[in-house]
Design a protein around this ligand. Structure first.
Ligand SMILES: Cc1cc2nc3c(=O)[nH]c(=O)nc-3n(C[C@H](O)[C@H](O)[C@H](O)COP(=O)(O)OP(=O)(O)OC[C@H]3O[C@@H](n4cnc5c(N)ncnc54)[C@H](O)[C@@H]3O)c2cc1C
Length: 331
């Protein structure tokens, strides 16, 4: 999934959720080069951040598909055209130049693009940090578990009380030496059925507990200290842990895109039937794109991505055909 950062692409795609990934596939099919920026370190947008282990039943062609597997398949489909992924990066600024736009990313990188396709969903995602985990991110603390196998045989503490915390506990339980779920309250936001599944597996759940310290050495994380509410006051507990999954939720912020001179109403960018925004050569698709009757679904985003890319192809080259032909005609 790595390519050197190009300075110029035909389309810069902002957001590597399902819509952005499929748009990058479609752009490749039309022989347009792309770079895809996402604030998250993993592709998949809401699916990866909020429900990677859940089954999805309304993606055409899949009677049921696990969120994580849908994202893997989208990345595989897209990768045949070798887009450039700029993950863990924010798209901050947009300025018009003669033949397109300069989009400035955090860290000072500037990408020149003939057109920009905004597939930014609810906005830029940032995982809520684990306060006691300062300095441990990437050295034992993670927000995602893209490849559970990496954690085989480990002691793992999952922190959080929502769906993703319980989903991670379920997926890690068969391969970890131990999994413990720690939550600061004694009520959970996760679906009752998922909580029940975790309880039935015998995963220890420690409630009314806060992680107060992580300890380890240069080799990595070794243990976690908790402060647990007890009748006698706060009790200290220490658990072995080589990994802490901080599943404390995400914040979403449209932030920088709001200053790009687009028509934005109730967190949606207004588009016409070609998915063009109020500015030429800037298109939007997926959850972020708004028009009367819009329904926010993965399937909707896929269709809008194809419409946007085909129209961008014509905007970039007026001699290009809007209809690209059928993919089934290509051997
Ligand atoms: C719990 C839950 C269950 C769901 N179940 C279903 C279901 O069963 N079926 C279904 O069809 N839909 C479902 N949805 C909705 C579905 O996930 C969304 O419709 C879909 O993810 C939208 O895809 P997207 O690519 O448009 O946006 P997103 O998935 O939101 O991806 C947008 C990406 O853009 C990035 N981004 C935004 N701004 C910037 C910026 N300035 N710089 C860098 N990156 C940026 C974000 O970090 C994010 O990763 C569900 C949603 C939730 C929360």
């Amino acid at each position: 999934m790595t390519n050197p950062t190009p300075t110029e692409v035909d389309i810069l795609i902002v957001g590597a959720g399902p819509t952005g990934l499929f748009a990058a596939y479609y752009a490749g099919f039309r022989e347009l080069s792309t770079a895809i920026v996402d604030a998250l370190p993993e592709p998949g947008g809401q699916v990866t951040a909020m429900y990677p282990e859940k089954m999805i039943f309304d993606v055409a062609g899949f009677p049921a598909v696990r969120g994580r597997d849908l994202v893997t398949a989208l990345v595989e489909q897209t990768d045949q055209w070798k887009p450039t992924y700029l993950l863990g990066r924010q798209a901050l600024t947009l300025s018009e130049v003669d033949d397109g736009f300069d989009v400035g990313l955090d860290g000072g990188t500037v990408i020149r693009a003939g057109a920009v396709l905004i597939t930014a969903g609810m906005g830029e995602f940032s995982p809520r940090p684990l306060p006691a985990g300062d300095g441990w991110l990437g050295r034992g603390v993670v927000h995602f578990v893209p490849a559970p196998e990496v954690h085989r045989g480990q002691d793992i503490v999952v922190v959080g009380g929502g769906d993703s915390a319980f989903d991670w506990a379920l997926s890690l339980h068969p391969i970890a030496r131990s999994v413990t779920l720690v939550h600061r309250r004694n009520k959970f936001r996760a679906f009752a059925s998922t909580v029940r599944q975790v309880q039935e597996l015998g995963v220890p759940i420690i409630t009314d507990a806060q992680v107060v310290e992580l300890r380890g050495d240069a080799a990595g994380l070794a243990e976690v200290e908790l402060s647990v509410k007890a009748e006698s006051g706060q009790e200290k507990r220490v658990l072995p842990a080589q990994t802490v999954v901080a599943a404390l939720g995400f914040t979403a912020d449209l932030g920088p895109i709001e200053s790009w001179g687009l028509e934005i109403e109730r967190r949606a960018i207004a588009v016409d039937s070609t998915m063009r925004t109020a500015r030429a050569r800037i298109y939007a698709a997926g959850d972020i794109a708004g028009y009367p009757g819009k329904v926010k679904l993965i399937a909707t985003g896929f269709g809008e991505a194809a419409t946007a890319v085909n129209n961008i192809a014509v905007a970039l080259d007026p001699d290009a055909h809007l209809f690209p032909g059928h993919s089934s005609d290509v051997s």
